[in-house]
Design a protein around this ligand. Structure first.
Ligand code: DAU
Length: 348
């Protein structure tokens, strides 16, 4: 892809990682064009794009990646497409898996097919460490077998397989990134970190699934965005790149850090019935991406502080997206869970 004045289609650009990617590109390239294609679902709000909507380098298109004509129009003149558009929340995939298969698998296929038929562009499929399934020890490398264990991760694995198939069968220039748990500004508050921050600010309890000893690697959205762009610019066609920090934390330690930063009491932490099929640990080796020149710049301690501060200062944003439909979801996901002591939790 030409690195000078590229035109990039950012699907799902009103979502969390997509919007952070768009901001990172606009900050670092004076000369570029971004086409943001977004369906503006519950988790992709127009409010998320307010600060960049009037930038002359940005074109915002309301549309669905499952819509062939919207996709073809958006791809016109582009040098690359970075596909962030997806249903992403594991808990929702346990309640409504159909939308995950539709957007994540079918939508990715629509994009790939449009590219195959009409456009010579590099296609970056933004995927997830969840495709590896639970990794109880060591770190996942890109050649490991994948073993997705929930409908969300299965749909992301399906999207990856389709992308690889289009690379192998049709020569589409595909690169895949598998990111680890991401945090930072503009994350919809259904996810663990923003859910905790906003709950604590509202004086509500923090629901920690099971014993809270599940382990995740946490990467700041800005570092994740740069990782994806490194793969776009320097990745080898047909290859997969893990994008994670080495910052490994248990959920309970993350909960305590958030409570502490907000000056609240640990008593707000409530252990509740675990998520079915909850993967105990994810851990990525990102050596392959690091060999392309990328490295994370945020430590978790700095990043979580910046994120907590951002939510404190941007309550207009999160209060607007934490609307009535959010409360409805909250009831359906958490209403039936029972509070328990960590020693009573039944882990796999
Ligand atoms: O690992 C990358 C993945 O990270 C992305 O592909 C997904 O799109 C993203 O949702 C995220 O998946 P997780 O399921 O790991 O993220 P979530 O924020 O939902 O949960 C993080 C951890 O916290 C996980 O072990 C479940 C736990 N958790 C989550 C919620 C929402 C709780 O204990 N309580 C909660 O209320």
């Amino acid at each position: 892809m030409k690195s000078d004045n590229p035109r990039i289609l950012v699907t799902g650009g009103a979502g969390f990682i997509g919007s952070n990617y768009a901001r990172m590109i606009l900050r670092s390239l004076t000369s570029c064009e971004l086409v943001i294609l977004d369906k503006f679902t519950y988790s992709g709000s127009k409010l998320t794009l307010v600060d960049i909507a009037d930038d002359p380098r940005v074109t915002i298109v309301e549309g669905d990646i499952c819509d062939v004509s919207a996709v073809n129009r958006a791809l016109e003149g582009c040098d690359a497409v970075v596909n962030f558009a997806a249903e992403t929340h594991v808990d929702r995939s346990l309640i409504d898996p159909a939308s995950f298969i539709h957007t994540n698998v079918h939508g990715t296929w629509v994009l790939l097919e449009a590219v195959r038929q009409h456009y010579e562009v590099r296609f970056v499929q933004v995927s997830t460490d969840e495709v590896y399934g639970a990794v109880l020890s060591g770190q996942s490398v890109e050649t490991d077998l994948i073993h997705p264990r929930n409908p969300y991760s299965a749909s992301k694995a399906g999207a990856e397989m389709m992308a690889i198939a289009y690379a192998e069968s049709h020569g589409v220039d595909v690169v895949i990134t598998r990111g680890s748990n991401t945090y930072g500004p503009y994350q919809y508050p259904e996810k663990f970190i923003p859910l905790m921050i906003t709950n604590v600010i509202e004086g509500r309890t923090i629901p920690v699934y099971g014993d809270g000893l599940q382990v995740r690697h946490w990467i700041h959205a800005d570092d994740h965005a740069r990782a994806i762009h490194t793969a776009l610019l320097h990745g080898k066609s047909g290859e997969i790149y893990n994008a994670g920090s080495d910052d490994e934390r248990t959920n309970i330690s993350v909960a305590r850090a958030v409570v502490d930063l907000l000056g609240a009491s640990d008593d707000l932490i409530e252990h509740v019935t675990d998520r079915p099929g909850h993967d105990r640990r994810y851990a990525l080796s990102s050596d392959k991406l690091r060999s392309l020149g990328w490295e994370p710049s945020w430590t978790f301690d700095e990043g979580i502080k910046q994120t907590v501060d951002w939510y404190r200062e941007n309550s207009d944003w999160w209060r607007a997206v934490r609307d009535a439909s959010f409360e409805e979801y909250y009831q359906s996901n958490y209403g039936g869970r029972t509070a328990m002591s960590p020693s009573d939790t039944d882990q796999e």
